[in-house]
Design a protein around this ligand. Structure first.
Ligand code: NAD
Length: 260
C-alpha cells in the first residue's frame, strides 16, 4: 500500500475545509487542521477524526492574515509528519456590500485571507514538494473566481486572483511533479453562505427567503446546493496519480452556474 499522504488544509474547522479534511482522513491520510472556533469543539473534531480513521490529525490555529503564523503552520506540519505532500488553501471569508460603502478593513481582510495566505503557504511548502518530486496544491476558489456578482467586489477580486496564482504555480511545478489546481464551487450550504443571506437581503431589498430561492439557488441550474462531500471527492481525485496531468485548471463544481 502507498504511504499515506500528509496534508495541510487551511480553514478546516468548518464547512468545505472540514469536508475535505474528513474525506482525506477517511482515505487514510494525515491531516493538519487550521481555522478558528471554540477550542473544545475543535479538539472534539480533531480527536474524532483521529479515532475514527486511525490517522494523525493535528491542529494549528494560525491566523491567515499573519505571514509568520502561516510559515509556522507549514513548519509544524513538516516536523510532525516529516513532509507536506498536499496543501489545500481553503480559508476564506466574505463581505457583501455596495462598493461605495465597502469597509476598507473588510477589503484588506478578504484579500489577505482569501488570496495572500495561499501565497505564504505555497511559498513555505513548495521547495519540499519540488525536492521530493511530488506535490498537490489545491486552491479553493469559487464560481466567483470565473464570473462576478454585484456587491462582492473584494471576494470576486481575490477569487479571480487565486485562479491566476493557480496557473502560475502550475507552471512553476510542472516539471517537478507538483500540480496546482483550483476548485470553483457554486453555493455550498456552510456558515459562510448562511451568514451572507441577511446582508444580501439588505443590499438587494429582498426577504431572506427570497435570497435563498431567487439569488442563491436561482444561480445554479440544478437548483441544488453543492455538498462538502462532493468537493472532498474532487480534491481526492486531484491528489491521485490519475490527475498527474491535470494542472493549472479551474474546476467548476457548481451545478452548471458558470455555464450560463
Ligand atoms: P466557512 O465559514 O464554513 O469556513 C471558513 C473557514 O476558514 C473556517 O474554518 C474559519 O475558521 C476559517 N478562517 C476564517 N478566517 C480565518 C483566518 N484569518 N485564519 C485562519 N482561518 C480562518 O466557509 P466555507 O463556505 O466552508 O468556505 C471555505 C472556502 O470555500 C472559502 O475560501 C470560500 O470562499 C470558498 N467557497 C465557499 C462557497 C460556499 O458556497 N460556501 C462557494 C465557493 C467557494
Amino acid at each position: 500500500m502507498a504511504a499515506p499522504l500528509n496534508t495541510v488544509i487551511t480553514g478546516s474547522t468548518s464547512g468545505i475545509g472540514l469536508g475535505i479534511a474528513t474525506a482525506f482522513a477517511a482515505k487514510g491520510w494525515n491531516v493538519m487542521l487550521n481555522g478558528f472556533g471554540d477550542a473544545g469543539e475543535i479538539e472534539g473534531v480533531r480527536a474524532g477524526l483521529e479515532d475514527k480513521y486511525g490517522v494523525k490529525v493535528l491542529y494549528n490555529g494560525a491566523d491567515m492574515t499573519k505571514p509568520e503564523e502561516i510559515r509556522n503552520l507549514i513548519a509544524e506540519a513538516e516536523t510532525a509528519f516529516g513532509q507536506v505532500d498536499v496543501l489545500v488553501n481553503n480559508a476564506g471569508i466574505q463581505h457583501v456590500s455596495p462598493v461605495e460603502d465597502f469597509p476598507e478593513e473588510k477589503w484588506n481582510a478578504i484579500i489577505a485571507i482569501n488570496l495572500s495566505s495561499a501565497f505564504h503557504t505555497t511559498k513555505a511548502a513548495f521547495a519540499g514538494m519540488k525536492k521530493r518530486k511530488f506535490g498537490r496544491i489545491i486552491n479553493v476558489a469559487s464560481a466567483h473566481g470565473l464570473i462576478a456578482s454585484p456587491f462582492k467586489s473584494a471576494y470576486v477580486a481575490a477569487k479571480h486572483g487565486i485562479v491566476g496564482f493557480t496557473k502560475t504555480i502550475a507552471l512553476e511545478g510542472a516539471e517537478h511533479g507538483v500540480t496546482c489546481n483550483a476548485i470553483c464551487p457554486g453555493y455550498v450550504k456552510t456558515p459562510l453562505v448562511e451568514k451572507q443571506i441577511p446582508d444580501t437581503a439588505k443590499a438587494r431589498g429582498m426577504t431572506e427567503e427570497e435570497v435563498v430561492h431567487k439569488v442563491i439557488l436561482e444561480a445554479q441550474p440544478t437548483k441544488q446546493f453543492v455538498t462538502v462531500e462532493q468537493i472532498g471527492a474532487l480534491a481526492i481525485f486531484l491528489c491521485s496519480e490519475d490527475a498527474a496531468q491535470i494542472t493549472g485548471a479551474a474546476h467548476q463544481i457548481d451545478g452548471g452556474w458558470v455555464a450560463h
